[in-house]
Design a protein around this ligand. Structure first.
Ligand code: ATP
Length: 354
């Protein structure tokens, strides 16, 4: 449904998007994820027809809409938009805002569309209200159904929930995904929030410095990151150098099976906090650490550990354990590494894991 073919976008000498190729199937919800400034919004704007590519092309449903020489204007693309700042027209009611994007012919033939959309977001009673009379969440829902009103084939969302507080955000995100899925539209959503991408997306495209780093399902990116950047993007990780010794990778925190590195190759091991197990008995692959502090955080507790007791200059490691834990600062514990939550990468330059 949506195809980017070697898309590059430049601002003067700055290459904001470099050689990005991506295909999104009909009805698929893809999240474009990455740190600030990596080119997410620029990619979306190029798809919308608001930026001209320096190279490559943008196509929707087999039709080429953007190449360097020719850009089909945004209103002729069959795309719906929902951007960070909602931008409902203040002088139009909710119903008028929703009807605004529909052409005259659609308004005449697609009768009941506005009411049906209002029903879908449980806002029929607010049809005659003006935007300033709505809460932030209601404004966002009105903007969403306004984007869907002309029955677009593709919807682009740019950080649509970032202006909402945390409590509202999760509920609205879930509702938005459900509405988009029910509508069967193809969706590309920009976010810098890994959790938002993990819970919302069929597929994630992770970007860095204008380039795609990895694409895959949320569990593929989380469980099989291609490099240290990807592994660390989904949450803080413990990092330790490793030594390749035959079938094992040895680290200060214990040993892991060698996934295929050659003896003597410099490697780095990344372990998620959930992958450090505090094991009283220990085992062959375990290390002894000191508990520096324990922080209870509701569903889990974070235990801060160090190799030497009371040495503030020394490396610290973090283990996340479910619920309340019985460990206390000052204790010595044995730890074990969960191989499913650990990743080995070449050090220092290679980006690939094995
Ligand atoms: P954020 O998450 O902070 O919104 P982003 O990943 O969406 O970031 P973009 O807005 O696409 O990043 O910007 C990519 C790069 O292009 C940045 O370095 C930015 O400064 C630059 N850039 C974006 N728009 C322009 C512009 N109109 N003129 C010059 N440089 C720009």
């Amino acid at each position: 449904m949506l195809k980017l073919d070697g898309l590059s976008v430049s601002f003067g000498t700055k290459r904001a998007v470099r050689d990005l190729s991506l295909e999104i199937a009909e009805g698929e919800l893809v999240c474009l994820l990455g740190p600030s400034g990596c080119g997410k919004t620029t990619t979306l704007r190029a798809i919308a027809g608001l930026e001209r590519p320096a190279a490559g092309r943008v196509g929707i449903a087999g039709r080429v809409l953007s190449v360097a020489a020719r850009v089909v204007p945004p209103p002729e693309r069959g795309i719906g938009f929902l951007f960070q700042d909602v931008a409902l027209f203040p002088h139009l009611t909710v119903a008028q805002n929703i009807a605004y994007g529909m052409c005259r012919r659609q308004r005449a033939t697609d009768t009941g569309r506005v009411e049906a959309l209002l029903d879908r977001v449980r806002m029929r009673h607010l049809a005659d209200s003006y935007p300033h009379m709505l809460s932030g969440g209601e404004q966002q829902r009105a903007a969403l159904v306004r984007a869907l009103a002309p029955r677009p084939r593709v919807v682009l969302l740019d950080e649509p929930f970032s202006s909402l507080d945390a409590a509202l955000r999760a509920g609205l995100r879930e509702e938005t995904v459900r509405i988009l899925k029910d509508a069967g539209v193809t969706v590309l959503m920009v976010t810098h929030d890994p959790e938002e991408a993990l819970v919302s997306a069929d597929r994630i495209v992770l970007m860095r410095d204008g380039e795609m780093v990895q694409t895959g399902t949320p569990d593929e990116l989380y469980a099989a990151p291609v490099d240290a950047f990807t592994a660390a993007f989904f949450g803080a990780v413990n990092r330790v150098p490793g030594t390749v010794a035959g079938a094992e990778i040895r680290t200060r925190l214990g040993a892991l099976a060698n996934p295929g590195f050659g003896d003597g190759e410099p490697v780095e091991v990344l372990i998620r906090p959930d992958g450090l197990r505090l094991a009283p008995g220990g085992g062959r692959a375990s290390a002894e650490l000191h508990v520096c502090s324990v922080h209870f955080a509701g569903a889990s507790s974070v235990v801060r550990l160090s190799e030497r007791h009371g040495d503030p200059g020394h490396d610290h490691f973090h283990a996340r354990l479910p619920g309340l834990v019985r460990h206390r600062a000052g204790e010595t514990v044995r730890i074990a590494i969960d191989p499913g939550q650990s990743f080995v990468f070449s050090e220092p330059r290679s980006r690939s894991a094995r």
